[in-house]
Design a protein around this ligand. Structure first.
Ligand SMILES: NC(=O)c1ccc[n+]([C@@H]2O[C@H](COP(=O)([O-])OP(=O)(O)OC[C@H]3O[C@@H](n4cnc5c(N)ncnc54)[C@H](OP(=O)(O)O)[C@@H]3O)[C@@H](O)[C@H]2O)c1
Length: 303
């Protein structure tokens, strides 16, 4: 039986992976995250607290569980927070990954790690896997360093980069789609930039890609994102339409007017041909992703 250790199980992506893998009796799964308790019932799925920045804890948990695969969905993901809390951001996004790499090496495990389009400068998207990274934010720099630690660690590995992840789950942090929907629902005006252009990705597509990499035992770098390239403004506008909300509350603006602490790559997007052909993925466009989100939010409210 394949043993899988998931890190960051309480996050948006982590929850999806934990649910799918833990529900499959073919695998023995240990879910972990920084918090003491699991978002799912830990009588149904195995869970233990693990902070990936704690080298000794990572080492002893990995050597006692002996996973064949470690999936790292843990990260510091708030781009502006990372810009202003550099040491803490480095600790999670680089040192934490180094700890997982070292522990993987000791037990011969494969590491599946997740990264971001923010490793690029946004001058010439869409990017293929062989494009040259050039991060402009501290988050992007740290995530690239985390990739490099994975790549040079002497372990079998896969790295999956993704873009503007959205979706729902239990107590998940606000993501762009949820922020737009919640704000418009409460009648609040919002400002959305029309000059940051990329491919928002429903978490279900990313989870599917990682599950395929796991099942097919793939290694290497994969670019995975939604099928459609849109500005944040266009995405918010489509969300308003699909959720039946008032789009006149969305004000079009420019990045320069938002004064966000971290610089953003303006035009990213990925070439996803490799992921689609090798993993057999059918990635969603904005309408499909937001329609799925709408039904998931409806199910959450009625369950
Ligand atoms: N979100 C996006 O728009 C986006 C875009 C591109 C790429 N990505 C990448 O996609 C991956 C998944 O992102 P996500 O949106 O699912 O993130 P998320 O919802 O923020 O989840 C990350 C999880 O990791 C946990 N965590 C943080 N530090 C930890 C530590 N030291 N030890 C163990 N767990 C820790 C967090 O716990 P706390 O809640 O306690 O912090 C949280 O539960 C990340 O690698 C991210 O960089 C995300």
């Amino acid at each position: 039986m394949r043993r899988v250790l998931i890190c960051g199980s309480n996050g948006l992506l982590g929850q999806r992976l934990s649910f799918h893998l833990s529900s499959n009796t073919a695998y023995e799964v240990l879910n972990t995250s920084r918090e003491r308790s699991f978002v799912f019932d830990d009588r149904l799925f195995d869970y233990t607290q693990l902070d990936i920045t704690q080298k000794g804890d990572v080492k002893s948990l990995v050597s006692s569980f002996q996973p064949s695969v470690i999936i790292n969905a843990a990260a510091a993901t708030n781009v502006d927070w990372c810009e202003t809390h550099r040491e803490e951001a480095w600790n999670v996004n680089v040192v934490g990954v180094e700890n997982l790499v070292e522990a993987s090496r000791k037990v011969g495990a494969k590491l599946i790690h997740v990264s971001t389009d923010y490793v690029f400068d946004g001058k010439s998207g869409p990017y293929a896997e062989d494009a040259q990274p050039n991060p402009i934010s501290y988050y992007g720099k740290a995530k690239l360093a985390g990739e490099n630690a994975t790549r040079t660690g002497g372990i079998p590995h896969a790295i999956v980069r993704t873009i503007v992840l959205y979706g729902t789950g239990i107590q998940v942090k606000n993501n762009f789609a949820l922020w737009v929907i919640r704000s418009l629902r409460s009648g609040q005006r919002i400002r959305c930039v029309d000059d940051q252009i990329s491919n928002p990705t429903h978490v279900s597509d990313l989870a599917q890609a990682i599950l395929k990499i796991f099942e097919l035992d793939r290694i290497g770098l994969y670019h995975v994102c939604g099928r459609e390239t849109v500005s944040r403004y266009d995405f918010a506008f489509q969300a308003a339409g699909i959720f039946g909300l008032d789009s006149s509350l969305i004000d079009r603006t420019k990045s320069s007017e938002l004064a966000q602490p971290a610089p953003r790559p303006m035009v990213t997007g990925f070439v996803t041909l490799k992921a689609e052909t090798e993993l057999g993925l059918k990635l969603m466009n904005v309408k499909e992703g937001l329609t799925l989100l709408k039904s998931e939010l409806h199910d959450q409210r009625t369950s």
